[in-house]
Design a protein around this ligand. Structure first.
Ligand code: GLV
Ligand code: MG
Length: 325
């Protein structure tokens, strides 16, 4: 998008649950439609064997154009730039189905130049196909040590970027972490082995107004394990997590939404602050909500929780009562 003004703001899309769908399986491409995931990504990378990639590109184009995706965010994961597949993935999918596609996911991003290369290629295809320049967003996966070291410049690399995504399986291999259970703590380490990585990604994402998404948990039958790992990144502030099986969708949607209690509380804070700072409420800068003092910083925190709750479809269960003056 270097030759064109960026879109004023990228759409804010919910991504509490991001469902992985192998692009080479027509059965899974069909089954993914109608599930409750906020986002699907149709995969041309690691879920697709090398000999299946060409066929998968066409299956994905067909599924995007002819499928019933409702309001689900539609993403395709292409192969990374160190392979010879990337350009054909992008050209085939965006020329074939660019109007039915929201973002491309670029795996194993190592530096800002790799994001810019995708941005330039997308601009050419959008112009050729008569699509608005900037229509297709980019999700950048951080999956190795070099990507993490460069994550700040990666997050600033293109106005098309919407998310930074952690890829734990490739990342664990990249740093030689001593565990084969993706997302779980390596035995023998007394603290959270993922804390630094998750925080590093979260800081880069937030500094550039991007979403931060946690990657997969591969033990798909272990519901408790999924919850534990998802709660860890949700607690830090991540916006969502990959799901590999329909059974993980409801848990991700719940864990990455605020609780009813927190949502109600956030709306009450916003009302109390609005009332107190209004002329009617005395035009004061700080409010009381019960025993709690509310100021501009509390309002900002409440805004985040309220926005997430509204996006998740929650409704208020308590109304604000202005204090008697
Ligand atoms: C996802 O791509 C991962 O490597 O975990
Ligand atoms: Mg990976």
């Amino acid at each position: 998008m270097t030759e064109h003004a960026p879109l004023p703001q990228r759409p804010q899309r919910p991504r509490r649950s991001c469902l992985a769908v192998p692009g080479s399986s027509e059965r899974f491409l069909a089954k993914a439609q109608g599930l409750e995931a906020d986002m699907v990504f149709l995969d041309l990378e690691d879920a697709c064997a090398p000999l299946a990639k060409e066929g998968a590109r066409h299956a994905i184009v067909k599924a995007l154009n002819e499928g019933e995706w409702g309001g689900t965010t539609r993403v395709v994961r292409v192969n990374d730039w160190t392979t010879h597949w990337t350009y054909r993935d992008v050209v085939t999918v965006v020329e074939g189905a660019g109007a039915s596609l929201d973002c491309l996911m670029l795996p194993k991003v190592q530096d800002a130049a790799q994001v810019r290369a995708l941005d330039l290629l997308l601009t050419q295809i959008e112009k050729t196909m008569g699509l608005p320049v900037g229509r297709i967003g980019i999700e950048a996966q951080i999956e190795n040590a070099r990507g993490l070291v460069n994550v700040d410049e990666i997050a600033a690399a293109s106005p098309r970027l919407e998310t930074i995504v952690f890829g734990p399986a490739d990342f664990m291999a990249s740093i030689n972490m001593k565990s084969l259970v993706v997302g779980e703590q390596p035995p023998g380490y007394p603290a959270d082995a993922y804390h630094y990585i998750l925080m590093r990604i979260l800081m880069a994402a937030r500094a550039h107004d991007l979403q931060a998404i946690d990657g997969p948990y591969l033990q798909i039958r272990n519901a408790d394990g999924f919850r534990e790992v998802a709660l860890r990144s949700a607690a830090l502030g991540f916006d969502g997590k990959w799901v590999l099986h329909p059974d993980q969708i409801a848990a991700a949607n719940e864990i990455f939404s605020p609780s009813q209690e927190d949502y109600d509380h956030a709306e009450l804070i916003l009302d109390a602050y609005a009332h107190t700072t209004s002329a009617e409420g005395g035009a004061r800068g700080a409010a009381m909500l019960g025993d709690e003092m509310i100021d501009e910083a509390s309002r900002k925190m409440a805004l985040v929780v309220a926005a997430k709750g509204r996006a998740a479809g929650l409704s208020r269960t308590s109304a604000f009562q202005p204090p008697a003056s």
